[in-house]
Design a protein around this ligand. Structure first.
Ligand code: CP
Length: 312
């Protein structure tokens, strides 16, 4: 497996065996982590990573940061607010100027689909896409595949139900790419206005009958309602959305005992899922966040050639 010096812009940048390798390594890190009584301070690796977040983020930004600390990387952080972006500098010029500071890799989140890809063509260092517009969120798909793999012996044949705002979701696109590649059967369940017209070409089933689908699913993944990306609100009301597509207390009973419940976050509590769902033992939302640190640590260590293991 050789990810050294490579960019990760979308899931197809990785061969299936590379995704499996990353998952297996993250599983090993987790086993190692649980065997340690306390974290060992990392040795400085002499390498650095720049985190450019030009859209809000809690989980992705902090987990890249934590992953970098665990590998002994120096972290350079830049956000749109407070940067010269506010004075009119383009993201492309910003990225080239940050590269001139000599980080060894750049992690980028941006609201424009394809921006990390365009930046990667301008830079010599590897670029990791931390979420771009509607397009892709490959590290979320990797950590989700890792989280699913922790609960099931294999991804092949699993019934994965993805609920909600498919149209605006880079998480849905990257997860569908990743999980279909391993033979998972994917159903998307959403109001027709929140399903892109070409969704059936992704090789997924499309339905709007949530109550029929819930008992059949091994993995129930709710997505955030991305009202900031919806040009006009695409459901009659949030109340109606929740009554038809929300994971409510009543719907918990319809989810199989062996199934797991996921959400990439941030959760609109009471809209996509209720507090009772978030507290249910089948719910992996916080496990996904924890797994994000481990998966991103494996990825950064492979791309930068930094050893891991003794640093956890
Ligand atoms: N899942 C995810 O991308 O969350 P953040 O927007 O908080 O990073």
């Amino acid at each position: 497996m050789n990810l050294l010096g490579r960019s990760l812009l979308d899931i197809p940048d990785l061969r299936p065996e590379e995704v499996l390798f990353l998952i297996e390594e993250a599983l090993k890190l987790k086993a190692f982590e649980s065997s340690q009584k306390e974290q060992v301070l990392p040795q400085a690796s002499g390498k650095s990573v720049a985190l450019l977040f030009f859209e809000p983020s809690t989980r992705t930004r902090t987990s890249f940061q934590m992953a970098a600390y665990r590998l002994g990387l120096r972290v350079l952080k830049l956000e749109a607010v407070g940067s010269s972006h506010q004075k009119g500098e383009t993201i492309f010029d910003t990225a080239r100027n940050v590269e001139a500071l000599s980080p060894h890799a750049m992690v980028i989140r941006h609201g424009g689909s394809g921006v990390p890809g365009q930046i990667s063509k301008l830079l010599k260092i590897p670029v990791i896409n931390a979420g771009d517009g509607f397009h892709a969120h490959p590290t979320q798909a990797l950590l989700d595949a890792f989280t699913i793999r922790e609960s099931f012996p294999q991804l092949r044949g699993l019934h994965v139900l993805i609920i909600g705002d498919i149209a605006h979701s880079r998480v849905a696109r990257s997860n569908i790419h990743c999980l279909r590649g391993f033979g998972a059967q994917i159903t998307v369940c959403a109001p027709p206005t929140l399903v892109p017209p070409l969704a059936t070409e992704w090789g997924v089933r499309v339905t709007s009958r949530l109550d029929e689908e819930l008992p059949k699913a091994d993995v129930v993944m709710a997505l955030r309602m991305q009202t900031e990306r919806q040009s006009t609100f695409q459901v009659p009301s949030i109340k109606e959305y929740t009554s038809r597509f929300g994971l409510t207390d009543e719907r918990l009973g319809k989810i199989a005992k062996h199934a797991i419940i996921m959400h990439p976050g941030p959760v609109n509590r009471g809209i996509e899922m209720t507090s009772a769902v978030l507290e249910d033992p089948r719910c992996k939302v916080l496990e996904q966040v924890h797994n994000g640190v481990l998966m991103r640590a494996v990825l950064l260590s492979e791309i930068l050639g930094v050893p891991r293991g003794k640093n956890l």
